[in-house]
Design a protein around this ligand. Structure first.
Ligand SMILES: Cc1cc2nc3c(=O)[nH]c(=O)nc-3n(C[C@H](O)[C@H](O)[C@H](O)COP(=O)(O)O)c2cc1C
Length: 319
């Protein structure tokens, strides 16, 4: 096993995924005591190494201690698909929604809604539509994030105004971006509480069915679901390394240089070692093949190639 992958798995912070874990609450994260500075810097460095699977993750080093807790939280993200059957603390949902509503919103239009699904039968039906994902049934909390142009349409109707602008692709894009930003704020908040989450984009495999099950009105579209719960420590989720920054960051103008292919290949190797270290199936050829195969045919989109037609049935003209 390579040193790099050892770094990824062996540096799992104990308790990070455990329900009792309350990371980052020991001191005021914005103003760490001098004695804690060393620990904070090491924590950040450790998490950067996990994120990129190597020690060469950040150059030059960022020395400022401010925001360490928030940064460590962000850098520690991992999707969690196994939960303890332990209820969330009272007020959790409300706190997550407040975090979601604190996200930026295009022109403050707030073009999203969220459906909290508790009914086991409904969960079962949604799970089936989403490729039978067990965590949709088992997560203590399951939220469906909705790009919601219905509310805007109603506001216009009640004020005697037309709503022609809602029929354009731009409006659905704005609503979907709003929904995603809101959901991600909820994810960050949940993780700060020690909870785990995973998005469920597979709901888009059957947008009409999902809309019917949730009673969505016209001009409302379930962008994705989100499972939330206390992570099961027996199935601790690893931090999944990402592409090197040099591949995703461009300066002044976009440029996919030759050398980036080499860096992608290195990432392929890193990910193969990562999957092997986690006893997870290794995608044939590595990440780049996994990525390329995803777009090789419409069939690989798991039914989502029919999204435009489904959206039309849900009232979106997408002009
Ligand atoms: C919009 C979106 C939809 C996703 N849909 C699913 C899903 O249906 N099922 C699942 O298990 N994971 C899903 N994921 C989780 C991704 O697989 C995961 O974020 C990715 O592999 C990176 O791993 P990490 O989140 O642990 O860093 C989704 C993520 C996003 C952002």
């Amino acid at each position: 096993m390579s040193t790099k992958v050892d770094l990824v798995s062996s540096t799992m912070i104990p308790g990070d995924t455990a329900p009792a874990s309350r990371p980052f609450t020991k001191s005021d994260p914005q103003h760490p005591a001098p004695s804690e500075r060393r620990r904070s810097t090491e924590g950040l460095e450790l998490r950067l190494n996990q994120r990129y699977g190597s020690a060469a993750s950040q150059s030059p080093r960022f020395e400022d201690q401010r925001g360490t807790a928030t940064l460590e939280g962000l850098l520690s993200h991992r999707s969690v698909r196994r939960y303890l059957q332990q209820p969330l603390e009272p007020g959790t949902l409300e706190l997550l929604i407040a975090a979601a509503q604190s996200a930026a919103s295009s022109s403050n239009l707030q073009l999203w809604s969220v459906v909290n699904v508790e009914d086991p039968e409904l969960r079962q039906a949604l799970s089936s539509l989403a490729g039978d994902q067990a965590h949709v049934r088992s997560a203590p909390l399951f939220l469906v994030w909705v790009a919601d142009l219905h509310r805007a349409s109603e506001l216009a109707r009640l004020r005697g105004l037309p709503d022609d602008g809602l029929n354009y692709l731009e409006s659905l894009l704005v609503a979907s971006v709003d929904a995603a930003l809101a959901a991600q704020n909820a994810v960050v908040a949940a993780e700060a509480l020690g909870l785990g989450t995973v998005y469920i984009g597979a709901l888009r495999n059957h947008p009409d069915h999902v809309a019917a099950l949730l009673g969505l009105p016209r001009h409302a579209f379930a962008v994705f679901g989100l499972c939330v719960g206390w992570p099961d420590p027996a199935a601790a989720a690893p931090v999944k390394p990402r592409l090197p920054q040099a591949v995703v960051v461009h300066h002044e103008r976009y440029r996919f240089a030759e050398q980036e292919h080499a860096q992608v290949e290195e990432y392929d190797q890193l990910m193969q070692r990562f999957y092997a270290s986690q006893q997870m199936p290794v995608p044939e050829g590595g990440w780049s093949w996994h990525s390329a195969r995803r777009f090789a045919s419409a069939a690989a989109l798991n039914g989502r190639h029919l999204l435009r037609e489904a959206l039309a049935r849900l009232g979106f003209e997408l002009r």
